[in-house]
Design a protein around this ligand. Structure first.
Ligand code: GN1
Ligand code: MG
Length: 360
């Protein structure tokens, strides 16, 4: 066992001795371990990436506020993420080299999926994120800090991208001119939702902001959605972007890092299925004006995410975890292909949203 992790674990009282731990999950940002104890209890130990989250204390306060609020409304303990306090009572610990670590209860008999293995599973994740909207609809937004300022502000992301191109710090620009031009050609679209908000057409809400299907835990036997995890970026945002990010990730026929672009396109059947799940549950709180923008939001978040992957590629892979040198470039290409496919299907997507809303 790793001496440092042993020291971190010794700051917690797990009820019985830790017998094993192993790396766990597929997150691109934090470092995650599954911890097992002699009594057979399971926990999730996570190191917070402080390059990405520069105010880890404020971040942990957000998560405390959010989970406490949700627990007031939802009594089933498997349905709300639960932080485990350290022996000193705090919900995180800081190591001598300034690393921030935290522990969650591992939700019993839960599984998570990296793809929408069945349409029903995807629909269920839609219900779960719709329910997340509902449960937080009266959360006092002003108590949350922005854990990453301008996280889904696409024009600001474009500015960072153009700066990375100009600086060319990893000397990769000359090899990817065509990709850079592709992304620049979509720059006029970047302010689409912000413009709608400025015109008063859509409100800011508490949104999750990272709605990949692998941030939903399902019951191992029934495949019912239990709990939404990864609340690190839960803060004010546009509801349509949460919808869009689910589609970006699990509505794609290929993986986020699929190398064969022929396989990358939006599955319209999955789009409909997801819309039924999400809108069916959330339409009582969200307005028609916001839900009708879900198709454009899906394209926008796909472009933005791809732009972030390409920016990171140009900066030498300093932000997202990568498994090989071209990984961020591959991801940027899949996202662009997917965004263009969405662009070609905006009208059909809109028809689906309208039919789902009208059927209610
Ligand atoms: C990161 O940590 P993870 O893998 O759930 C990223 C998201 C991106 C996603 C792309 C804090 O999420 O914004 O959409 O990768 N999280 C952060 O897969 O930047
Ligand atoms: Mg995650």
């Amino acid at each position: 066992m790793d001496a440092k992790i042993d020291r971190i674990l010794s700051k917690y009282d797990f009820g019985s001795r830790v017998t094993a731990y192993e790396q766990f999950g597929n997150g691109h940002i934090n470092w995650t371990y599954r911890v097992e104890t002699e009594n057979g209890d399971l926990f999730v130990l996570q190191r917070i990436n402080t390059y990405v989250f520069q105010d880890p204390v404020g971040l942990m306060r957000n998560i405390e506020l959010l989970t406490n609020f949700m627990r007031e409304k939802e009594k089933d303990p498997r349905k709300v993420l639960e932080l485990v306090p350290a022996k000193d009572g705090r919900t995180y610990i800081v190591t001598e080299d300034d690393e921030y670590w935290r522990v969650y209860v591992f939700v019993k008999d839960s599984v998570c999926y990296d793809t929408a293995e069945t349409p029903e599973l995807f629909k269920e994740s839609g219900r779960a994120f719709g329910n997340f909207q509902n449960i937080l609809s009266d959360f006092p937004v002003s108590t949350l800090i922005e854990t990453i300022p301008n996280f889904h502000n696409t024009p600001v992301r474009y500015a960072a991208f153009e700066k990375a191109v100009a600086e060319d710090s990893a000397k990769r620009v000359s090899g990817v001119r065509a990709d850079i031009d592709n992304y620049l050609s979509e720059k006029p679209f970047a302010s689409f939702l912000l413009d709608k908000a400025a015109a008063g057409e859509i409100p800011l809400r508490v949104t999750h902001n990272d709605t990949k299907i692998n941030n939903v835990l399902f019951d191992r036997t029934t495949n019912q959605a239990l709990c939404i995890v990864d609340l690190d970026t839960t803060m004010p945002g546009f509801a349509a972007m949460d919808f869009g990010d689910c589609i970006r990730y699990a509505g794609n026929n290929g993986a986020e890092d699929e190398q064969d672009l022929e396989k990358v396109f939006l599955r319209m059947d999955l789009f409909r299925t997801f819309a039924e799940g999400f809108c069916g549950v959330s339409a009582k709180n969200l307005s028609r004006a916001e839900l009708i923008l879900c198709p454009e939001a899906a394209k926008l978040i796909t472009l933005e995410t791809g732009l972030r992957f390409l920016t990171d590629y140009l900066q030498g892979d300093v932000y997202f975890h990568t498994a090989y040198p071209e990984h961020n470039l591959v991801r940027a290409r899949t996202q662009f292909k997917l965004a263009m496919d969405m662009d070609a299907n905006l009208e059909s997507m809109r028809e689906i949203i309208v039919s789902v809303l009208d059927a209610r």
